[in-house]
Design a protein around this ligand. Structure first.
Ligand SMILES: [Ca+2]
Length: 227
């Protein structure tokens, strides 16, 4: 079953092709899946002003990479409260615990409309302070971030979650626009997902700064086929 052409070998080991990833769009153009197996690190943790009140400086700390201990004892990454900070310009306030810009990888924007995302999370002494974890997407050019509020993701304590799957449906009822650099002309969800330049996972709904260790592994994003 050749869902992704030449990239099929890269994802076959993740079991995607045999676990409900149907292929209703055979024959239509589909971008290669984005596979972060974290066997070489990557990603960062966002501290929106580095502790300097009034600063507009953005601080991105590297995640910690572990060679083993992830899913099937593979490599994985984690961040903790020594690196993240509550992002107060966001509504509601967020903590952008995991963040990546495509430009860091020297790659252009990606169309995430109707993409299928899967990921594993783990918490260790993670106190969510009543929050949950959500996927978010950003268009830097249009200066707008949306969070997929309808699809919170689980973070089990002391062990890895199952592979969690969400479909990034471009339906604004399922999302919350949490920030815009241009409040009078924020970008629509469709615009942000169509040319997504940055994405990641946030804590939302906390009653204080989330503390502890938050780990991620085997993130796979499969762009939808072009209509
Ligand atoms: Ca891994």
């Amino acid at each position: 079953m050749m869902l992704f052409g030449g990239a099929v070998c890269a994802v076959a080991s993740y079991g995607l092709l045999s676990k409900g990833f149907s292929n209703p769009s055979a024959g239509r153009e589909r971008a290669a899946p984005i596979v972060d197996d974290f066997n070489t690190g990557g990603w960062r943790v966002y501290d929106y002003h580095g502790g300097l009140e009034g600063s507009t400086k953005n601080v991105y700390y590297p995640v910690t990479w572990e060679e083993k201990g992830g899913v099937n004892d593979s490599g994985y990454v984690w961040g903790d409260d020594s690196r993240w900070r509550i992002d107060t310009p966001e509504s509601p306030h967020s903590i952008l615990a995991f963040i990546i810009y495509r430009s860091w990888l020297k790659k252009g924007p990606v169309d995430l409309r109707n993409a299928r995302l899967s990921v594993h999370f783990r918490g260790d002494k993670l106190d969510l302070k009543g929050s949950r974890v959500y996927f978010w997407a950003l268009s830097n050019k249009l200066g707008t971030r949306w969070h997929m509020k309808a699809k919170p993701l689980a973070v089990p304590e002391g062990g890895w979650s199952e592979r969690q799957v969400i479909v990034l449906e471009p339906d604004e009822k399922l999302w919350n626009r949490s920030w815009s650099r241009y409040p009078n002309t924020p970008a629509s969800l469709d615009e942000v997902l169509r040319e997504c330049e940055s994405y990641g996972f946030s804590f939302l709904g906390f009653n204080g700064e989330v503390t502890g260790k938050f780990a991620m592994d085997e993130l796979v994003i499969e762009p939808a086929a072009k209509p």
